[in-house]
Design a protein around this ligand. Structure first.
Ligand code: ATP
Ligand code: MG
Length: 568
């Protein structure tokens, strides 16, 4: 490709909206261009890398027995009513009507469609197992689209669904996909970690997320170096503290004027926040009632665990308004579980502690020495977010914490969709049996940006060779100089003939300007034809290290060919 014929949309500065390096670089390098919030166009260089990421995913899926199909983005409401998700999916679902007032959505995921397809296509047990997949555009009206391709409202996903005869089959399919994902993210050069995950909106039980490790990741994970346990903090359990056997002291009502937060109350009383419990009241719109969660004062609530316990849904759970709290004869800032008339969920840690400070449901008052069982009751469960230092649930050693970008997730759906949507096969006894399903997603565009997040420096992107938009670029210092032009053309033709994806920068621009462009775009190898062109000597730059060496024409060519040959 000649640079003069390319659309090179590099920018000196990124638009203000870009907050993280990879987003800045994708925009500045002219790989993507923003249309409206969370919606992007892929420009030629961006598209080339995207296709390479897709192809690596495709190759590994095919190797694992996947069969590629392509479904429509538009899905009829009826499918979603059958699965019970039309209401449950909430405002993230982009809904639309046709001219006949028939309702549809733009698919945020495709469980319903794949289940319907297999229901219609599979009749006999002999056809199973099956692993159809697609690489396709998804739509989610995210509350906060941000960080470029990381959280878009339109994005590309690889989604696969496994259909097995039984649980045993699902176990095999799930492990097969776990291994496939491990190969994909390794081939893509990512530093990644698989973690236990919650199943969220998708349903079923048993799930792993694949995290690209990064400080800018929106997910928090805890892991144990000792035994290898790793989980998203939304899912992570911890080894709970033992029951405190101290004596219960007499309950005491204490005036605490204007001391609302845990920080204020523990400062005021001169106690450790661990000796307090906070009560958070929510409106659960699924079951349409107020519920209370009680966790230790130093802890953060894990709303996902609360939803799992209360059969609610995170999209339909909101903090209660002041007047709702008043309706429970309590008051914001002084809520406590004693005498509170609603469903109460109590974290195990609170139940196992003694003599805690709790709100008295009365303005400017708290109780001292409150104890679960004696002073308040409720359903005891795990409601807290795990943090670094919490003990591993498997081996009891302190865990560490890191941030990650969720690039993929796999789920054991079991028969959640096949039962609801009547996706069955006829077994040996002639009976209709629901297929046992798994589903497996990779955020393709999010993965693309995660690579940039892990591979960049102050000059731009440092693409791994197998996903770089071009593998090599030839930059003549002055293309009008005969010797330089001849050498550049010759190397260009030779590399092209040998299958290298190469650019010849024939633009009439200053050399510094051209170098900056290719460093920003991140082409792995740059061959500069300059003052020693007449001797067939070039300057050879490796983008990942910014190392420069002089090489003969032959050496430069064979170096690149050798590297290309070794691509995984
Ligand atoms: P998140 O928790 O980040 O919102 P999710 O768990 O809802 O993601 P899944 O339904 O598991 O996402 O979708 C499969 C994959 O699609 C995710 O692992 C992620 O890589 C990607 N993905 C999900 N939402 C988005 C988005 N808004 N923009 C880009 N990629 C996304
Ligand atoms: Mg997920």
């Amino acid at each position: 490709m000649k640079a003069s014929q390319m659309i090179i949309g590099t920018l000196k500065e990124a638009p203000q909206e870009a907050k993280i390096d990879s987003h800045v670089l994708l925009l500045r390098a002219g790989l993507i261009k923003n249309e409206v919030a969370g919606i992007y166009n892929y420009l030629p260089t961006g598209l080339r890398s995207l296709k390479k990421v897709e192809n690596i995913i495709r190759e590994e899926m095919d190797k694992s027995g996947g069969v590629e199909i392509l479904c429509s983005a538009i899905q009829p409401k009826e499918y979603w009513e059958e699965s019970g998700r039309w209401f449950k999916y909430g405002p993230e679902l982009m809904r639309l009507k046709d001219r006949h007032e028939r309702e549809f959505c733009l698919g945020p995921t495709h469980e319903e469609v794949f289940t319907t397809l297999m229901r219609d296509l599979v009749k006999s047990s002999k056809q199973l197992p099956l692993l159809p997949y697609q690489i396709q555009t998804k739509y989610r009206d995210e509350l906060r689209p941000r960080f470029g391709l990381m959280r878009g409202r339109e994005f590309i996903m690889k989604d696969a669904y496994s259909f097995d005869k039984d649980e045993k089959g699902l176990e095999v399919s799930y492990q097969n996909m776990y291994d496939c994902y491990s190969r994909i993210f390794t081939r893509l050069g990512l530093h990644w970690q698989a973690v236990l995950a919650d199943t969220g909106n998708i349903g079923g039980n048993g799930s792993h997320q694949f995290m690209a490790l990064s400080d800018i990741g929106e997910s928090e994970i805890v892991y144990c170096d000792e035994c290898g346990y790793a989980a998203d903090v939304e899912k992570a359990s911890i080894k709970e503290i033992d029951l405190d056997n101290s004596e219960m002291l007499p309950l005491e009502e204490k005036e605490t004027p204007n001391q609302r937060t845990i920080e204020e109350i523990s400062g005021f009383l001169g106690i450790d926040p661990k000796k307090t419990a906070k009560t958070i009241i929510y409106h659960d719109y699924v079951n349409n009632k107020l519920i209370a969660a009680v966790i230790r004062g130093d802890r953060e609530i894990n709303e996902i665990k609360l939803c799992n316990e209360s059969n609610s849904n995170e999209n339909y759970l909101e903090l209660a308004k002041d007047e709702e709290i008043l309706s429970l004869n309590s008051i914001h800032g002084f809520c406590g579980p004693k005498g509170l008339e609603c469903d109460i969920y109590i974290d195990i840690e609170v139940a196992n502690s003694k003599n805690l400070v709790i709100g008295a449901n009365k303005k400017d008052y708290h109780y001292l020495n409150a104890n679960y069982g004696r002073d308040f009751n409720g359903k005891v469960c795990d409601l807290k977010k795990a943090v670094a230092g919490d003990l591993c649930p498997c081996c009891g050693k302190p865990m560490k914490q890191e941030r990650g970008i969720e690039v993929g997730q796999i789920f054991k759906l079991q028969t959640k969709y096949s039962k609801a949507m009547n996706c069955t096969y006829v077994d040996e006894k002639g009976q209709n049996v629901p297929m046992v399903m798994g589903c497996y997603g990779i955020g393709v565009t999010r993965t693309l940006q995660s690579i940039v997040e892990q591979y960049h420096d102050e000059f731009g992107i440092k693409w791994p060779l197998n996903v770089a938009p071009y593998q090599a670029v030839i930059v003549p210092i002055n293309y009008k100089d005969g010797a330089q032009k001849n050498l550049a053309d010759e190397i260009y033709e030779t590399l092209k003939k040998n299958g290298v994806e190469v650019v010849l920068d024939d633009r009439d621009e200053r050399p510094g300007f051209k170098f900056k462009d290719w460093e920003l775009i991140g082409v792995p190898f740059m061959i500069v034809c300059g003052k020693r062109a007449s001797e067939n000597v070039v300057e050879f730059k490796v983008r990942s290290t910014m190392e420069k060496t002089e090489k003969t024409k032959e050496d430069a060519i064979s170096f690149v060919l050798n590297e290309i040959r070794n691509i995984q």
